[in-house]
Design a binder for this molecule. Structure first.
Ligand SMILES: *[C@@H]1O[C@H](CO)[C@@H](O)[C@H](O)[C@H]1NC(C)=O
Ligand SMILES: *[C@@H]1O[C@H](CO)[C@@H](O)[C@H](O)[C@H]1NC(C)=O
Length: 306
């Protein structure tokens, strides 16, 4: 992966998402597509494990009942040649994979059930590729396969949602694991210590830099200075979109745009997005050894709240 064209082609068809609304639905389903692709393309490398100060795991995780074998997806991993991104959302009575009430990682504002959303149907969809069946997500299997590895979500709060959702799925599968949590801005890391698997989130709404200069905050369409930190991960999942169309300095988080040699107060936002994403794609091509690090681009998502 890595080339922008490829990634845009593999983004999820938004029309298949539209009938089911709500952040949690979005998070779980997008994540399951991503995870499926990860599981079917096991990373090739080994890295040094980082051990952070152990803390006791928090209890209260709710382990969902296992699906009866008949209802479960076929366990044999399907051919890697299957196009995982071509398919549809199907109803699955055995979903969701976790109960948000038992997850210590989900922020209240993303917990629709906690705040009284009356329906639950949106939790019960899984992605079904047209050409193959996906194995059901298995948190224990995931951690065993990923032993010693790091996965990093890089982007805006949609990435943050995905990070939390994956953590909830793993926690629900193994509620008693020893977990260390470091929540920082811009980099947060949760490590499943018994497997030395780190699931990380790096907050950068535009992927390209916002630089504090004397005139104010400048969105530099040509620079990615955080890239060195991202390279420490075995799998990188990028996302940027909705901030590009925010209007007004308070909302958008910058005062000027640096576009090549010139600094402008504003410009066509789709053009800016194209340039920022091109800078990102060039960074991936020039800096990421894709034999070692798998790169995904999450594609465009709607907002959290609808
Ligand atoms: C958590 O760590 C303790 C101390 O190292 C260990 O005895 C225990 O088995 C670990 N828990 C799990 C679920 O692996
Ligand atoms: C990646 O792997 C391929 C196939 O094994 C090899 O030909 C290529 O040189 C490798 N690239 C790098 C940058 O190591």
């Amino acid at each position: 992966m890595g080339s922008m064209d490829e990634c845009i082609n593999c983004s999820i068809n938004s029309s298949s998402v539209s009938p089911m609304r709500g952040p949690k639905f979005l998070v779980i389903t997008l994540l399951s597509v991503f995870l499926a692709s990860v599981l079917l393309n096991e990373a090739l490398c080994e890295t040094e494990a980082t051990i952070i100060h152990p803390t006791r795991s928090r209890s209260g995780g709710l382990l969902r009942k296992k699906t009866p074998a008949a209802a479960a997806a076929p366990s044999k991993a399907s051919s890697i040649s299957c196009d995982l991104f071509h398919g549809s959302w199907v109803y699955d009575e055995s979903y969701p994979l976790y109960d948000s009430a038992g997850c210590p990682f989900i922020d209240p504002e993303f917990d629709c059930q906690k705040y009284g959303r009356p329906d639950q149907l949106y939790l019960k969809y899984r992605w079904q590729p047209t050409a193959c069946a996906l194995p059901r997500f298995d948190g224990g299997d995931f951690l065993r396969r990923w032993r010693g590895k790091k996965m990093m979500f890089v982007g805006d709060s949609i990435s943050y949602n995905q990070w939390q959702s994956l953590l909830c799925m793993l926690h629900a599968a193994l509620p008693d694991s020893n977990i260390s949590v470091q929540k920082r801005d811009p980099l947060s890391t949760v490590t499943f210590l018994d497997y030395t698997v780190s699931i990380m989130y790096y907050r950068t709404p535009y992927l390209v830099d916002i630089v504090a200069e004397s005139i104010g905050r400048v969105l530099d369409l040509d620079s990615i200075s955080s890239g060195g930190i991202w390279l420490g991960a075995d799998t990188l999942i990028f996302n940027t979109w909705h901030w590009w169309v925010h209007q007004g300095a308070a909302s958008q988080g910058w005062d000027y745009i640096q576009d090549g040699g010139k600094i402008v107060k504003d410009m066509d936002r789709l053009e800016a997005f194209l340039q920022g994403l091109t800078t990102w794609a060039k960074w991936v091509d020039s800096s990421v050894d894709t034999n070692v690090t798998k790169v995904f681009y999450q594609g465009i998502s709607p907002t959290h709240y609808q």
